[in-house]
Structure formats: C-alpha cells, structure tokens
Ligand binder design. Sequence first.
Ligand SMILES: NC(=O)c1ccc[n+]([C@@H]2O[C@H](COP(=O)([O-])OP(=O)(O)OC[C@H]3O[C@@H](n4cnc5c(N)ncnc54)[C@H](O)[C@@H]3O)[C@@H](O)[C@H]2O)c1
Length: 367
Amino acid sequence: MTGWSCLVTGAGGFLGQRMVRMLVQEKELQEVRALYKVFRPQNREELSNLQTKTKVTWLEGDILDAHCLRRACQGITTVMHTAANISVSASQRETIMDVNLKGTQLLLEACIQASVPVFIYTSSVAVAAPNSYKEIIQNGHEEEHHGTTWTAPYPYSKKLAEKAVLAANGSTLKNGGTLWTCSLRPMYIYGEGSPVLSHLVVETLRNKGVLRGGGKHSEVNPVYVGNVAWAHILASRSLRDPKKAASIGGQFYYISDDTPHQSYDDLNYNLTKKWGFQPDSRQSLPLSLMYWLAFLLEAMSIFLSPIYKYQPPFDRYLLTLTNSVYTFSYKKAQRDLGYKPLNTWEEAKEKTVEWIGSLVEKHNDTT
Ligand SMILES: NC(=O)c1ccc[n+]([C@@H]2O[C@H](COP(=O)([O-])OP(=O)(O)OC[C@H]3O[C@@H](n4cnc5c(N)ncnc54)[C@H](O)[C@@H]3O)[C@@H](O)[C@H]2O)c1
C-alpha cells in the first residue's frame, strides 16, 4: 500500500472527530482533509492538538454545495463520508432527505470527477431495523437481508443513500480507474463527545438526577465510538488493497462490539450511576397503548397541518426505535475486514463514565 490521502466529511461531528484523530496515526497517510459544515474555534484547537506528522487540512462547506465537494475531493484517494443529519424527527423531512441522500449522491459524483478510487459510507443499523417492537432480531447478520420499511426521513434517507453508494461500486472514474465503495452500519454509538449523552446529562441534572426513561423494553448492542472509527480505517485498508477491493467493494457490514446486550435505559444507567444518577422508577403506560397514542398524535398533526404546525412529542418510529429487540453481530466485518474491537466494554465504559463525570463537574461549577 502506497501513500494515500483521506477526506472526512462531518469532521466536526461526534464520529468524524474521532476518525480524524485515529486517521492521523495511520502509516503512509499523507493528508487528512477535514470537511466541516461550520469550522468553529474549538475545531481549530482540536486540529492543532493532534500530535502528528501527517498533513492536516480543513475546509468549510455544505455537503449540498457541488462546487465545494469538487474542491474537497481534488487530489484525494479515499473518502470517508460520515456527514449526515441524524435527527429522527419527522418535522425536518426535506432537510434530512437533502443532506443524507442528495448530499451523498453529489459526493459520489464529485469522487468520480476527481478520480477518487475509495469511498466508505457511514450508514446505520437504522437502514435494517427495527420495523416493529413485536419483531425480535438477535445477533442478526448480513445474509438475513433485513431492511427498514419506515418512510420516516432518517432511516429512509440513509437506506436510499446506502443503496446509491453500493450501486456506485465499480463505476469508472474520470481517469479510467475504478471506484470501490462499501458501507458500514454501526449500532447506536456511545462514547466521549456523544451529543445524545451530553444532552441526557444536562436534562437529568435539571431533573434532580432522575434519568428520563423511555427505552426500557429495548434490547440492543450499542457500539463504542472508537471501535466504529477503527472499523472505517480497516475498511479503507481493505478497499485500498488491490487483492481485496473487488470482494469487499459493494458490500455492507454491521459494526458492533463486545458491549453487552442491554436496554437503552440500562445503558444510560450503567454510564451515569457513578455520578449518582437514578433510573426513573415511575410506571409507564403499556407499549401498545403508547403506540396507539403516537398514531393519534401523528394523525392530529396531519389533520392540523393546513392551519397549524403541530409537532408530536413522540411518534411510532421513535417508540419502535427505542423499545425493540434488535442486536447485530460483527462477524462479517471480522471475517472480511479483520475487524476486532480496539476497546473492550470495560475500557469503553470507563472512558465514557469519566467523560460524563467531567460534564457533571462543569455543570455543577456553573450552577
Ligand atoms: N450517533 C449514532 O448513534 C449513529 C449510529 C449509527 C450511524 N450513525 C451515522 O454516523 C454518522 C456520524 O454521526 P454522528 O453521531 O457523528 O453525528 P453528528 O451530528 O455528531 O455528526 C454529523 C456531522 O455532519 C455534519 N453535517 C450535517 N449536515 C451537513 C451539511 N449539510 N453539510 C456538511 N456537513 C453536515 C454536521 O455538521 C456534523 O459535524 C452519520 O452518518 C450517522 O448517520 C450514527
């Protein structure tokens, strides 16, 4: 494998930041180019703190700006496309579809024009499951052909974007070379810097240390952010290897790790109990009743839409997402990409718990 250069989109995000930090440790990597939607002073600080000899450059621009994407891809040999709108709210449908689907299509086109031979897409388990809280998927795998049936904007846009990425595999580049693509489907990602956990901490502190429930019926296998970043690096090594590219190109892989299978509520409790957070012990309505309630709220939102924009507090997709049993194995990634989680559950938990402690301390200092 000779020298290579890598563009990371969504470089300012939770996963993108970790990918940049890990990439600069890669041998023979000549340049990491980080694409930010907005380049903030803290991004400058993060980049200047990277202890590396690798050239690190950055660009600011929107994934929907074709001109910016052409510039971003110039002279690059690998693209890791992690930028996305990760909102699961149905209210921003057009923006989510644009950023996640159109943005991915524009980036693929820019890669072809700039002759970038390797494209790795950060997809999501959401493109596969869950479809119903009554369905159980345990240790699901790629050969089972799971696919989301939701038309909610997040899973739908990610599903179509993944399809576009995998269909582009084998395309002819402007210089006559071949484009190799693959897609990684991480489970729910946790770890230091998670905006979801950061929000949960602030919300729980305001709620006198009582965690918001809502996901106690689920059983999932969340994945640590460092392990997801590592899977991207291994995928890029494989796609850059001429002996492996043809067999890995066009494939998708579930990315999980050895985090124990548990409910979302238990995960939140496991990561915060050291700081005195308590689970919500109140009784909740039966799931089937909540589901019907969600249906009524959605119907009301449609009914009112000509005169009033009503945003339901939850919908059937969100309820299903947070209350279903769906776990996936990483065996195919292990077999094809040589993926083995870098961090054990104990290490991942310890790092995340300590980071949560720093958030609690910061919050207590300012109140
Ligand atoms: N967080 C999870 O649990 C999870 C699970 C599975 C898959 N994923 C996928 O991982 C990827 C990264 O997610 P994350 O958790 O780091 O989310 P994040 O919101 O922290 O990062 C997404 C990044 O995309 C950028 N972005 C959004 N709109 C953009 C636009 N119009 N132009 C340019 N950049 C834009 C944002 O600025 C942000 O930096 C996403 O593709 C997401 O679908 C996330």
